[in-house]
Design a protein around this ligand. Structure first.
Ligand SMILES: Cc1cc2nc3c(=O)[nH]c(=O)nc-3n(C[C@H](O)[C@H](O)[C@H](O)COP(=O)(O)O)c2cc1C
Length: 172
């Protein structure tokens, strides 16, 4: 049986849902990452930064934009050092300015991807997968990037069925 790793970044605090800003206790992407794990099994790993992002939504978008422009690699609270025991790796995160938060790349660039199967999973407010699949191809040299999944953030908590169907197909 193949072994699955589901890594995710997901931001709590203020978030934007179809035109209004709300405060949430659990990030959108976290729901989706857990649904993948529940459907196909595997280990969950949360990517989290040492320096927190501003709780304020607009402030956070400015910090994230600056990090993207300077290709920052924010320090993480903990790292996965070795993925040799996994076959499939799901890289899950919110769309931040068209791609994953820079913290996701901090983790991706530490790993040996040779021979792995990788999937982009993104929650968003309209950008879909953005450039995430192309960015995974660049960051995960030697891996095969399978067809990813995008879920509108406001639908994340009720996306279990859709996510489960996709995940089961993805690893066939
Ligand atoms: C810093 C920042 C940048 C964002 N940029 C985009 C974007 O470019 N395109 C988009 O569709 N949504 C964008 N969003 C919305 C998030 O992708 C969306 O709310 C996502 O579901 C949040 O997931 P999370 O709760 O797991 O962090 C952005 C949100 C933030 C906080």
């Amino acid at each position: 049986m193949s072994k699955n790793l589901i890594m995710y970044y997901s931001r709590k605090g203020q978030n934007y849902f179809s035109g209004s800003i709300r405060s949430i206790a659990k990030g959108n992407t976290e729901y989706v990452a857990e649904f993948i794990r529940d459907a196909i099994g595997g280990d969950l790993f949360e990517i989290d930064t040492v320096r927190p992002y501003p709780a304020d939504y607009m402030e956070c978008t400015e910090v994230a934009k600056a990090e993207l422009n300077s290709k920052e690699r924010p320090e993480l609270k903990s790292y996965i050092e070795d993925i040799s025991g996994y076959d499939n790796i799901f890289v899950c995160g919110p769309c931040w300015w068209g791609t994953f938060p820079m913290a996701v790349f901090t983790q991706l660039e530490k790993l040996d991807w040779d021979g792995k199967r990788v999937f982009a999973v993104m929650t968003h407010e309209g950008s879909g997968l953005g450039s995430s699949e192309r960015d995974l191809r660049n960051a995960c040299a030697g891996a095969t990037v399978g067809k990813g999944l995008s879920i509108p953030g406001g639908q994340a908590s009720s996306s279990q069925k859709k996510v489960a169907e996709w995940a089961r197909k993805a690893i066939e």
